[in-house]
Design a protein around this ligand. Structure first.
Ligand SMILES: Nc1ncnc2c1ncn2[C@@H]1O[C@H](COP(=O)(O)OP(=O)(O)OP(=O)(O)O)[C@@H](O)[C@H]1O
Ligand SMILES: NCC(=O)N[C@@H]1O[C@H](COP(=O)([O-])[O-])[C@@H](O)[C@H]1O
Ligand SMILES: [Mg+2]
Length: 390
């Protein structure tokens, strides 16, 4: 039985923990707050600031885990190199976690070293240098903190007057301890996809059918699988994903994000772990969902192939207000619908736009992907997150 130290315990970690518990593994769920989703079902739970290297060291020393599995970006990942030296296994690898925690490291690697196509970009460290960067990149452009996820601190600059606002917003939304931002030219893409890619100990890389998604405020709203696309475009994305994951090294599932535009496929970013848009695989669209695939890759259990079993979609249930005790209205409408399922993550508090759950729909392989997606979106809109009256 392996001991897994899970660093981050949100909805993705919760499903990963469920997969691990199903096959008898031990999970220590870590997050910055008590009673996080994965902490509710793991064997042990710890609350620390994961950007604090000493606190991380103490946990590794305490549990001596077989696998260290990051679930968020904002971790003092520099320490991971030390853990690897001491013989610990970091998933997918110290390099992968360290490079992807900071948009600068991964972007420079992908664009400068690997030569993959990305949006034109610059960095800025102040409102003043942001102005210069915007002048070089042109408008519209997208500003993101170097350390953030789910669109936190991200905004689009359309006119000069947005620059100051974008800087302030980026500083409020940054999850890490660096003040720098990346400025990217706005890619006018036709559609965007997540290509879930699995790297295995036996050296065989596998790809899931592509996942399409729609984002608002830099955060995903609906995802669907498979995303209709030409096979040669998919192949190009697969080759790019293989290059990046090979350079970052290690085993696990990766969510590799691409924009598909008239002038080709752009690499956007990647997660060295299950991806939020990949929650669509909870609709049993594949023989293994993304969490089961990650677990198998972590444990070194071979995956012979990944097959699409049916089509599916996911749509998020977002909170609209702050609450210390959120409850959900309208779930009976979702439950009454055929070929439909849902997850409530069990986050102990809500705030505006916090993702609290997801609606899942599916149909047979011959079904209509737009209809399945519309259905998920429509049902998710029927769920209201409110405060329990006590
Ligand atoms: N350069 C760009 N041009 C056009 N749209 C963009 C650009 N960068 C980001 N976006 C839009 O914003 C979304 C979120 O961006 P990105 O994935 O970089 O943010 P994130 O905070 O890392 O999100 P997550 O952690 O959820 O993956 C993208 O999926 C895309 O829809
Ligand atoms: N795009 C990354 C992503 O979706 N990450 C998921 O969201 C959680 C944080 O949620 P919170 O901000 O509601 O605590 C993370 O722990 C992870 O499961
Ligand atoms: Mg993203």
């Amino acid at each position: 039985m392996a001991k897994i130290l899970l660093l981050g315990s949100g909805e993705l970690g919760k499903e990963f923990t469920i997969a691990a518990k199903r096959i008898g593994q031990t999970v220590i769920a870590v997050d910055s707050y008590a009673n996080a989703p994965a902490a509710q079902i793991a064997d042990f739970a710890e609350v620390i600031n994961m950007l604090d290297g000493k606190a991380l060291d103490a946990l590794v020393e305490k549990y001596k885990p077989d696998y260290i599995v990051p679930e968020i970006e904002a971790i003092r990942t520099e320490r991971f190199y030390e853990y690897e030296k001491k013989g610990y296994t970091v998933i997918p690898s110290a390099k992968a976690a360290n490079f992807t925690m900071n948009r600068k490291a991964i972007r420079d690697l992908v664009s400068k070293e690997l030569g993959l196509k990305t949006a034109k970009y610059r960095y800025a460290t102040s409102a003043e240098s942001l102005k210069e960067a915007v002048a070089e990149i042109g408008m519209p452009c997208v500003v993101k903190p170097l350390m953030s996820s789910s669109g936190k601190g991200q905004s689009t600059i359309k006119t000069e007057t947005d620059i100051e606002k974008a800087w302030k917003y980026s500083q409020d939304g940054s999850r890490g301890d660096v003040a720098e931002v990346i400025v990217e030219a706005f890619v006018n893409f036709k559609y965007e996809i997540t290509l879930l890619t699995v790297t295995q100990r036996n050296g065989k890389t596998l790809f899931c059918p592509p996942i399409g998604h729609r984002q608002e405020r830099g955060d995903y709203m609906e995802s669907w699988q498979p995303a209709p696309m030409k096979s040669e475009v998919l192949k190009e994305a697969q080759q790019m994903a293989e290059k990046v994951t090979t350079a970052l090294t290690g085993c696990g599932i990766w969510g590799v994000e691409f924009f598909v535009a008239d002038d080709g496929v752009y690499f956007s970013e990647l997660s060295p772990r299950p991806h939020d848009t990949g929650m669509v695989t909870l609709a049993k669209t594949q023989n293994f969902n993304e969490f089961e695939l990650h677990l198998r890759a972590v444990l070194g259990l071979p995956i012979s192939d990944i097959t699409q079993e049916r089509i599916g979609a996911s749509a998020v249930i977002l909170a609209t207000e702050n609450s210390e005790n959120p409850i959900f209205e309208g779930l009976e409408i979702v439950a009454a619908s055929q070929k439909t399922d849902f997850r409530i993550f069990g986050k102990p508090t809500s705030r505006p736009y916090r993702r609290m759950g997801v609606v899942l729909t599916h149909d047979k392989l011959e079904g209509n992907i737009s209809e399945v997606t519309e259905k998920a979106k429509n049902l998710a809109s029927k769920v209201n997150v409110t405060s329990a009256k006590n």
